[in-house]
Design a protein around this ligand. Structure first.
Ligand code: SF4
Ligand code: SF4
Length: 472
């Protein structure tokens, strides 16, 4: 994050004394949730290190939700750092920029962390290559919100805390859904991961400015910074950075409880508003943005930097020196693990992300992307072997479910291949948090069933859409 080592240019100094943005405890508690072993101590105290530039980057074209980006470069092209290498592939998509200058070696197939195939632009990097930037708007308050929003879209920013939904689309609610509240999500409730934590500790001022930019774009009234209480240094850093911020809102100290970082649960914990079944956060007048996304918004608007890097936690008991790395997209998991001193013992399981919502990976040559917040390398002692048994109807999964679903019942529908029954039992409201499977004494593979059934429903919907389009 070398660009941010300088004092941000547009930080407005307040002449008022005292902090207008107070730290408060969460006013509401959502139902359910669990307490897994967090193990954040492995990496949370280690400052972000800039990863040395890899000789080769394999930059995926699918680092976001929606249509893949379309490459606009070809093998042999000489490119500069921050140059556009792929344009957005549709309305729900995002462009991709070169994290480093050099030569395009290939436009080839790669795999995302979920195992899905996608195109990638392979760059042989040149540390001496020139760099370009977007047209920054350091005086963003002096231009129309629409121009700021367009720059956020142009910079290729997507939600970096979850599925990678394009941020420009998220910040463009329809006119009948006015937004009055912006929530900056610094909960980072996923065990082991500390990338958002370190961004808040080290770049709190930039996050504050990013939050003000979001509020300006949306015309919202209030800003809340929502942070779990297991990150007291991040809460203190945000409190200091927000000194003199004259806006309605607060720094909300959330109790440490998984999945506190989930949008719907967080909106309730902070505002008491409930997202209706099948609805979206905007239905409550709220927009939730992850703090690393907020940093990216700051960097794009104030510095003209497109999204090409992010902070990744490399952690787990199998890693020699866990830490947090500022890494370009397209770096392989293998290189990231080597940057953390390599493996000190064989990793029994490598997870893209954390153990609750991440994906186990077997190929360490996978490239990181916009939503890769961590790589967790678990040692054999961290894993327990177990067999799945029949449901004993204990009801623990129902108690743990933060979406108030009946996981055992939905799972039974899926196992009987009654996908419509599962849908009627509100399968699509499941946020795949894994709390039900975590508490299940019979070790039922509940989330596995839910993901499979959702895949079937989505495939059906796409087929129906295609059929309707063909019939036109
Ligand atoms: S994975 Fe789905 S069903 Fe299970 S606890 Fe989370 S939201 Fe509820
Ligand atoms: S927790 Fe497991 S065993 Fe208990 S009701 Fe739910 S699925 Fe069945």
């Amino acid at each position: 994050m070398s660009r941010s080592l300088h004092r941000p240019r547009c930080l407005k100094r307040s002449t008022r004394k005292g902090n207008l943005m107070k730290v408060i405890s969460a006013p509401y508690y959502f139902k359910g949730g669990v307490h897994p072993q967090y193990r954040k101590d492995l990496a949370s105290a280690f400052a972000i290190k800039v990863l040395p530039l890899p000789a080769k980057l394999t930059v995926p074209m699918s680092m976001h939700l929606g249509a893949p980006a379309k490459p606009v470069v070809k093998p042999g092209d000489l490119i500069r750092r921050n140059q556009l290498i792929a344009e957005a592939g549709g309305f729900i998509s995002a462009p991709v920029y070169a994290p480093a200058g050099g030569k395009v070696a290939a436009v080839a197939k790669t795999q995302s962390a979920t195992g899905a195939p996608c195109d990638a632009v392979v760059i042989e990097t040149d540390p001496n290559a020139e760099s370009v930037s977007l047209a920054a708007l350091p005086d963003w308050r002096q231009v129309a919100p629409r121009a700021v929003l367009n720059l956020i879209g142009e910079a290729g920013i997507v939600g970096m805390g979850g599925a990678g939904f394009p941020t420009k689309v998220k910040l463009s609610p329809p006119a009948d859904k006015p937004i009055d509240t912006v929530i900056l999500n610094g909960a980072e409730c996923e065990p082991y991961l500390t990338s958002d934590h370190r961004v808040m500790v080290e770049h709190a001022v930039q996050i504050r400015i990013g939050a003000e930019i979001i509020r300006y774009v949306l015309g919202a009234k209030r800003i809340f910074f929502a942070i779990e209480d297991n990150k007291p240094d991040a809460i203190a850093a945000m409190e200091k950075a927000c000194d003199g911020l004259e806006t309605e809102g607060a720094i909300v100290k959330l109790p440490t409880l998984y999945p506190q970082g989930s949008e719907k649960q967080q909106i309730y914990a902070v505002t008491g508003r409930e997202v209706p079944r099948g609805g979206l956060p905007m239905d409550t007048g709220c927009v939730v943005e992850n703090v690393s996304t907020c940093y990216a918004i700051y960097d794009a608007v104030v510095n003209g930097a497109p999204l090409t890097h992010r902070v990744i936690t490399v952690t787990g008991n199998a890693v020699t020196t866990p830490g947090n790395f500022w890494a370009p997209f397209g770096t392989s998991y293998r290189e990231l693990i080597e940057a953390a001193g390599g493996l000190r013992e064989r990793a029994a399981k490598v997870i893209s992300g954390g153990p609750m919502m991440g994906f186990a990976v077997s190929n360490l040559d996978l490239p990181n992307g916009k939503t890769t917040s961590g790589i967790t390398c678990l040692a054999a002692k961290d894993l327990t072997q177990f067999a799945s048994h029949a449901c004993i109807s204990c009801g623990r999964c129902v108690e743990a479910c933060p979406m108030r679903l009946e996981p055992a019942e939905i799972s039974q529908f899926v196992e009987a291949d009654d996908i419509d029954g599962a849908k009627d039992a509100c399968l699509m409201d499941c946020i795949e948090c894994g709390s039900c499977a975590f508490v299940c004494p019979a070790k039922r593979p509940l989330v596995h069933h839910f993901r499979r059934a959702k895949g079937v429903i989505r495939a059906r919907m796409m087929a129906e859409k295609a059929k309707a389009a063909a019939g036109k």
